[in-house]
Design a protein around this ligand. Sequence first.
Ligand SMILES: [Zn+2]
Length: 500
Amino acid sequence: MSYTESLQRFKKNSEKICAINYTESILHWDASTGAPRKGAPMRGESLGFLAMLNHEITINNEAATDLDTLLKNIDRLTDIEAKMVKKAKKEFDKLSKIPKEELREFQMLINKAQHSWEEAREKNDFSIFSPDLKEIIGYLRKFADYREPENHPYNVFLDDYEEGMTTDKLDKFFETLRERIVPLLKKITQSKVVIEKNFLDFDYPLETQRAMAPELLNILGFDLSRGMLKESTHPFTMGTNIDDVRLTSRYDKNNVISGLLSVAHEGGHALYEQNIDRALFNTTLATGTSLGIHESQSRIYENNIFKSQEFINYYYPELLKNYPEQLKNISASDFYKAINRVEPSFIRVDADELTYSLHIMVRYETEIALINGTLEVDDLPEFWNKKMEEYLGIVPPNNSMGVLQDVHWSHGLFGYFPTYALGSAYAAQFAYYMNREINLYDSIIKGDMEKPLKWLNEKIHKHGSLLSPDEISISSCNELLNPEYFCKYLEDKYNKIYQI
Ligand SMILES: [Zn+2]
């Protein structure tokens, strides 16, 4: 069979997959933003049908032959075609090497684990969730072995979220963070500087918060004519295609900052999806390249930009105009310090910018130990609490506020957490180079958000999944991920705030 025939069929199938993904996304969006609960069974059935359809198109003998033919002729393909083929081959291997029956059993286990995790967290009883967790880990080890028996199982999971990432690289990465952030936190907690933040929790009317959200998106450069902002319990972004990028936020009457930070964070994700090159439209490459790079785009807007003194100086008049009573006698500098206050806490999602990575380090070390079998599931709570004490200096009062707080493991997601810390580190590295090349902070203080957006478009966004994380790093910074930038950024920022 000629390779052109295979290519034609492969492309047609890729378009079908894009259409299925689009439909699935819209159903998920609908479910999270107000669709009637009673419609859930029919939505579930439709989603199941779509997943089956996707599987039928992806995994069959004809698709396997096409992939083989195309891989043999990879030099004759365009860059876009070649990358699409490699991505499809990876997906094919992932799905075809695990026996169908075991995948089905695993799916059922995951559904069950959702409930046992929820109940365990509610009742603060780890033993309700631990049997399912043991089984999940057993399946994951087996699946990794089917897929790449010669590789470390954790590397197999990592690569699903962050192409090219390995435990060797991550060990070194976290070692640097441990050596630099843990002592910095100690100095901060001993600092005599007192930062007032009570005013952040005054009464901030929801209507005002809701009105300010799209305006902030507009300032950041998001095009709302090709996107949509709604509300949901857990904020998220959904990039279905560059002309339809959706994001959500949530607003808390007694917290002026949480809604704004959600908008900045999800806005960063949304700007990435909205600015992918049109040449990738309707291909499987029209999405962010990895979770770590995706997270870098949300963190750069949330932390490096929004939470900078320069952005607050620019944006503060807007806040004062909307909340003159609440912010009476509070300066832009007071506000900046308040939103950057460091305080070790138990819950990851509420953590400040500095301690956040330490929460991730606890999870990384826990996951590695569980997968390696050096840690038994039954000993997990004790292990967790020890790590919390070692890195954050606090011990959770119970397991609901400790080892049971995150949903990820009940979904079978191992190797996912590290991408959050990678995102923060990439963000600091990109911000450093952006500042060196286009004076990022000079632009921000003037409210010129177009310049940074253009830099990110050019260096990161437009490539979609065409470039790997390493390739993005090299092409934009001329070096691979280097945690030095993140550590230096944190030290500079907090040494100044806490006068260390
Ligand atoms: Zn995010």
